[in-house]
Write a protein that binds this ligand. Structure first.
Ligand code: SAM
Length: 514
């Protein structure tokens, strides 16, 4: 796709792009495909391009909501969640050259690799990973049926009947939804920005630019797992139902032409988007050498999130060897820990357990524990929240103490807690139909002959399974140390026997664990 007509449109609408410094070219698929390249050495703090706010495509800038009528827009629930922006995009695209954004639509992809578009057979390859349960296809399609279809059918003047099965079809809805998912930016409310800027000036921080953050902080298709609550990554994900919580109501989700042409890779970011009252500026955050790719950041999420939101994975050298995403995580759901206590039946049928869980949630606990990839070969730590929760569900004494003090248990590792975690990790591993050994074998023999979707699924699975394996080893080791008999020091004598040396080691480790 030729980029020049897009550049001409961009510049003729007061967009600025330093074409002597950057260009848009085709990189290999493993480097993101189309992206931006530095044409010369770029110092830190250089403005590569600036996008006037009038060029952003959002429900605030599209003419559709006012043509439709703001009251009607609200009556159909289009002011909540992401369906309003999806409808604006479908409508703007349908206007062809009548739309201000025609040259922008001309360069947007028409096919995406996100799992929303995968066959069931390919989706099965993701079983056990956290991609499938968060896909939200059903919820998105409910939105389509309940908001979009009724809205478009009332206004044949805006949405001609002959366009309904093409330009306003469920497929177009998913395409636009996933374009938002992989390319949109979430902007703070402008008035608030101005207030903040005032404040900044008062505090004279010296930084004149407001940092916008990264692309795509969520989408209409984003939903949480049945009992999962927020975790580190879900903060980056907007909620699909667009509930009127204050957080989402002051945010504007917008497509930002040109800013969304930048690829990203784990910790490669060399530019960032900053906002000013009238425009958004892409500014280098470190020096960039001639010929290097200009990388934005998507927040360095794990591969499960990268794949679900963007349709690609990071596959780069890892500290411990092999390739993958250093930001990978595994999610361990609280209900798996409950099942691993041996508690019979569902939580609903177990009033005692239900009370403990409610207490946990009321005290601010999450119902998913995130196990992060170790940053070095020795640095695995069990998340304190995981230990605290397991204490709460396992120990009568801890539960009584927690209730009487109104405080969650201290995160302690004892044999009983660790055995429950060990069992939960074992069950978590069984959620994948294949083993780590089978997957790594496939990776070493056939990765490149697999289809793109299967390759991506394999990389996501391996990343999660490797982390699980490390945590399982760690927990087994902790249990072994705790179960080892305490050996008394020999009263006297010369060289220690091996058993004694080992127990010395064990004593040392026990100390470290306390
Ligand atoms: C914000 S767009 C970036 C521009 C995009 N390459 C284009 O041609 O328009 C995000 C999309 O770029 C691709 N992408 C970005 N970074 C990538 C990477 N490191 N590896 C592979 N694909 C990447 C993914 O398809 C993703 O959904």
């Amino acid at each position: 796709m030729e980029i020049q007509p897009f550049f001409s449109w961009f510049q003729s609408h007061n967009g600025y792009v330093d074409t002597s410094t950057m260009d848009v070219i085709q990189f290999p698929p493993s480097e993101g495909g189309r992206g931006a390249i530095a044409l010369k050495d770029i110092p830190e703090g250089h403005v590569l391009f600036s996008v006037p706010r009038t060029l952003l495509l959002s429900t605030q800038t599209s003419l559709l909501p006012s043509h439709f009528g703001i009251d009607a827009w609200k009556n159909f629930g289009l002011h909540k969640g992401w369906s309003g922006l999806i409808l604006c995009m479908m409508w703007e695209a349908a206007q062809g050259s009548e739309s201000k954004w025609k040259p922008y639509f001309d360069i947007l992809p028409t096919k995406l690799d996100t799992p929303m578009f995968w066959s069931d057979a390919d989706l099965a390859e993701l079983a056990g990973t956290s991609v499938v349960e968060k896909l939200g296809k059903e919820e998105a399609e409910n939105d389509y049926r309940e908001k979009i279809v009724p809205a478009v059918s009332t206004r044949p003047d805006l949405f001609p009947k002959e366009d309904l099965t093409t330009r306003y079809s469920i497929n177009t809805f998913h395409l636009m939804g996933n374009l938002i998912l992989s390319r949109s930016f979430t902007l703070d409310d402008q008035d608030e920005d101005e207030d903040e800027e005032e404040e900044e000036k008062e505090h004279a921080t010296g930084d004149e630019h407001q940092d916008i953050g990264n692309t795509s902080l969520g989408s209409a298709m984003d939903v949480d797992a049945p009992i999962s609550a927020t975790n580190e990554h879900s903060e980056e994900e907007a909620n699909e139902d667009g509930d009127d919580d204050e957080e989402t109501s002051t945010l504007e989700v917008a497509m930002v032409p040109l800013a969304d042409i930048l690829n990203a890779r784990y910790q490669c970011e060399n530019v960032k988007l900053f906002y000013e009252p009238d425009c958004l500026k892409m500014i280098s955050t470190r020096p960039i050498k001639t010929g290097e790719q200009i990388w934005n950041t998507y927040g360095d999420p794990p591969n499960s999130v990268l794949l679900r939101q963007y349709g690609h994975v990071d596959y780069i050298p890892l500290l411990e060897g092999g390739l993958g995403n250093p930001g990978d995580v595994v999610e361990l759901r609280a209900d798996l820990l409950v099942q691993s206590t041996g508690a019979e039946g569902s939580i609903e049928d177990n009033p005692d357990m239900k009370e403990r869980i409610e207490f946990w949630l009321e005290e601010g606990g999450d119902d998913v524990f995130v196990l992060e990839a170790p940053s070095t070969s020795t640095s695995i730590e069990l998340p304190p929240a995981l230990l605290s929760f397991t204490q709460l569900i396992q120990s009568e004494a801890e539960w009584e103490r927690a209730k009487s003090k109104g405080k969650l248990p201290k995160p302690k590792a004892n044999i009983d807690t660790l055995k429950i975690i060990q069992e939960a990790l074992a069950r978590r591993s069984k959620a994948y139909p294949t083993t780590l050994e089978e997957d790594t074998q496939l990776e070493s023999t056939s990765l490149n002959s697999l289809s793109l979707n299967r390759r991506h699924a394999l990389v996501v699975r391996i990343g999660e399974k490797k982390i699980l394996e490390r945590y399982r080893e760690k927990v087994s080791e902790m249990i072994k140390i705790m179960e080892a008999p305490q050996v008394k020091k020999p009263a006297r004598g010369g060289g220690k026997r091996k058993a004694d040396r080992d127990s010395g080691e064990i004593r040392k480790k026990r100390k470290e664990m306390r």
